[in-house]
Each structure stands twice: as structure tokens, then as C-alpha cells.
Design a protein around this ligand. Structure first.
Ligand code: AMP
Length: 292
């Protein structure tokens, strides 16, 4: 595996691989502190391309709180070893000055999709995400890019940006990878002490509660959100930031589960903010019964 930290060198590598070898390149963008969720993205990337580039860049412009940026876990040596053994061809790990040239003043803003959910609570976050993702696309020049469904809003926004700006890259979504007890893997899980780690299970309990209610025939968004919220309220160390049922694509709030919807939540466990989500769809058998 080659490690590249300069934009020019990364672009030169991609030009060569695309030209001389006519190879397909897949990009897996990450902020490092890698876990099995990230490695599942690499695995999917390998199925879509001949060469895989993984980026590790803790993007300053997407952090709305300085303390979150400062304490975000960084472990490039370990990340490199994991990516090499996962079969990654290039680790692209630029510094912030490399990604943001001095005097940089250009940004990308995907408008309505950035408003609800995390966007409502993290000012500027998705502007930072869209900007860095488009930069990475221009630097790595991949044919395909893989993003996790764990960050559902981010994935929806990247898909929208690619469509709106005619970016010639296929965006592939990857399922959420969970710990054995159901907690969605996240670099931020490292911040949880053992008591908080147990408390964090209220996120998956909330999603399970809503899913079980849908399976039992419930469709009303307010009832489903209440069921999920109750699971979080039952955990003294947890504080819900939002619990919302939205259309899976537009991310607009829905009043009932009819078209594919996503129950999305952000929850503070102590000083750590965790997100998770689940697609909720009406089982086919119920749809038939309803229309009969
Ligand atoms: P991050 O390093 O947190 O910015 O995440 C980098 C990529 O990995 C994003 O596309 C995330 O959605 C994805 N990702 C993070 N955690 C998971 C997970 N548990 N399962 C699947 N994908 C994930």
C-alpha cells in the first residue's frame, strides 16, 4: 500500500492508473480511527473497482464544536496497518493545509437536505462535508465512492450533490455494521466509558421499538417517535437531541410510514454524541391487506 499526503501526487497516481492501466478506482472517504464498519466499505469498494483508495482526513470545516475536533480520535499508524491488510492500494492522508489552500473561500452547500436532523443541530456541518467530499472527488478522481448508511443524511446529500453538479461518480451505500450487542460502530464509541457503553444501547433499543411497532401494524409517525423516544428516556445517562421519522430520500418529516421512511436519531451519552438510524418499511403482506 502506498501512502500519499499531497494533492498533486494523488492526482498524478489516479491519472496514471486511469490512463495506462485503464483501471477503475474506488474511493472510501473516512476520518480515521478505523473500525470494522470502515473496513466493510473497503470490502464493498473492492467489488466495484480494480484499485481502492481510502482517505483519512479529519476535516476541520465539518466540526461545529472546537472541542469535538480536538478530541476526535486520531491513529494514523494503526489505520494504515488496517487498510493495508484490507487490500487498499493507496492511503490518502493529507494535512489540512493541503486540502484547504491558503486563502480558500469556496464551499459547496446542498441546501434543503442539510436543514433537518443533524443539520439543524450542527451549523455548517454539511457544508463542510459536501465541500470536502467534492474536493476528495477532484483529487482522487474515482469512478465509484462508497459511503455508509450509518450517516444516512450525509449519503443522501452526497447523492444529491453528485446529481446536481453532474459529477461522473457512482455513489454506493453500505449497510450499517454493528457490534455484537447492536451498537452501531463509530469512531466516537472510543470515548464511552464502560457505564456509558452500556447506556449507548438505548439507541438500538429505540430503533428496535419503532421497528417492532411497525411490524405490529403501527404506521403513525408520532406513535413511532414516542416509542423510540421512550427507550431513550428510560436511560438516565442519555439525552435525545432528535428522534425523527423522515422520508428516506427527501428527509422531510412524514406523518406516517407509507413510502420508505427512516427513523433517525442523535443521542448524547455523557459528552459523546452518537447517531443511528433504521429504514422502516411496511411489510408487503400488510400493504396487500390495506389495499384489499
Ligand atoms: P467517518 O470516519 O465516521 O467519517 O466515516 C467514514 C465512512 O464510514 C462514512 O461513509 C460512514 O458512514 C461510514 N461508517 C461509519 N461507521 C459505520 C458503520 N458502523 N457501518 C457502516 N459504515 C460506517
Amino acid at each position: 500500500m502506498r501512502t500519499i499526503d499531497q494533492v498533486g501526487a494523488m492526482q498524478a497516481w489516479s491519472r496514471e492508473v486511469r490512463g495506462r492501466d485503464a483501471a477503475r478506482i474506488a474511493l472510501v472517504p473516512t476520518m480515521g480511527a478505523l473500525h470494522a464498519g470502515h473496513l466493510s466499505l473497503v470490502e464493498i469498494a473492492r467489488r466495484h473497482a480494480d484499485k481502492v483508495v481510502a482517505s483519512v482526513f479529519v476535516n476541520p470545516t465539518q466540526f461545529d464544536r472546537a472541542d469535538d475536533f480536538a478530541r476526535y480520535p486520531r491513529d494514523l499508524e494503526r489505520d494504515g496497518a488496517l487498510l493495508a491488510s484490507a487490500g487498499v492500494d493507496v492511503l490518502f492522508a493529507p494535512g489540512a493545509d493541503e486540502m484547504y489552500p491558503p486563502g480558500a473561500q469556496t464551499a459547496v452547500s446542498v441546501e434543503r437536505l442539510a436543514e433537518p436532523l443533524c443539520g439543524a443541530h450542527r451549523p455548517g456541518h454539511f457544508r463542510g462535508v459536501a465541500t470536502v467530499v467534492l474536493k476528495l472527488f477532484h483529487v482522487v478522481q474515482p469512478h465509484v465512492a462508497v459511503f455508509g448508511e450509518k450517516d444516512w443524511q450525509q449519503l443522501a446529500l452526497v447523492r444529491r450533490m453528485v446529481r446536481d453538479l453532474h459529477v461522473d461518480i457512482d455513489v454506493v451505500g453500505a449497510p450499517i455494521v454493528r457490534e455484537a450487542d447492536g451498537l452501531a460502530m463509530s469512531s466516537r464509541n472510543r470515548h464511552l466509558d464502560p457505564v456509558e457503553r452500556t447506556a449507548a444501547l438505548c439507541l438500538v433499543r429505540a430503533l428496535d421499538a419503532a421497528e417492532a411497532a411497525v411490524a405490529a401494524g403501527e404506521r403513525d409517525a408520532a406513535v413511532l417517535v414516542a416509542a423510540a423516544s421512550a427507550a431513550i428516556a428510560g436511560e438516565p445517562r442519555a439525552r435525545a437531541e432528535y428522534v425523527s421519522l423522515v422520508d428516506a430520500e427527501s428527509l422531510e418529516a412524514v406523518t406516517e410510514v407509507a413510502t420508505p421512511a427512516v427513523l433517525a436519531l442523535a443521542v448524547w451519552i455523557g459528552r459523546t454524541r452518537l447517531i443511528d438510524n433504521r429504514r422502516l418499511t411496511v411489510p408487503a403482506v400488510h400493504r396487500e391487506r390495506r389495499s384489499a
